[in-house]
Design a protein around this ligand. Sequence first.
Ligand code: GTP
Length: 237
Amino acid sequence: MGKSKYNRILLKLSGEALAGDDKFGINNDTIFQIAEDVASAHKTGVQIGIVIGGGNIFRGVAASTKGMDRASSDYMGMLATCINALALQDALEKMGLQTRVQSAIEMAEIAEPYIRRKAIRHLEKGRVVIFSAGTGNPYFTTDTAAALRAMEINADVIMKATKVDGIYDKDPAKNQDAVKFDAIKYIDVLNRGLAVMDSTAISLCMDNKLPIITFNLKTPGNIKRVVAGEKIGTLVS
Ligand code: GTP
């Protein structure tokens, strides 16, 4: 069993990550693969908080560009994150982990309300805490929710799991000559307009000196590798 480099981490999973090769919804094999990865990372002793997106179920921003009111579409997106949180909770518990889901929008029959001190206590007891419903506010992304919750729980780092190996100078899917950064400064991410996290999330991390590691979730075992301090992906600091 490897040892964790960190005491407490905030793992940011996009909603799309749960869809796997499907375009939409929750792919069973994929969610169990992710749960297995989280479980093996958890065995290193690290405390894990998770913020999950909702884009596999509803894309708030996309709907607002088609004429839907932005606030309404963002609220729908927040509800989508709750569906994902419950699915992930179920998968994690099947792996033997203890979990709690906390929601930024009160829905007491479904999840605990978000209470910072309670979340920290759960983490100290070795429970994986899944934070759902974003920040509870429209106009804020789940990346910003991840940055906010990471700071609130005093996480050592945000681990942003994505579909690519890290941050490139241009889109690696469209440009064969794209170059990957091993490390990059927050300000350079902002100035170059690199699509890592939205600018609100990056600024929040920059102002509070919270490092971000982006890495590819599709490679099994990557969460544990990053937790163990292996230098994969890109470090933003
Ligand atoms: P400790 O007090 O540290 O042992 O934490 P605990 O989470 O085990 O205690 P608690 O009695 O608060 O919760 C027991 C179970 O009820 C857990 O599965 C919680 O997730 C769940 N729970 C607690 N509060 C709420 C709530 O407001 N809504 C829902 N739906 N579940 C809740």
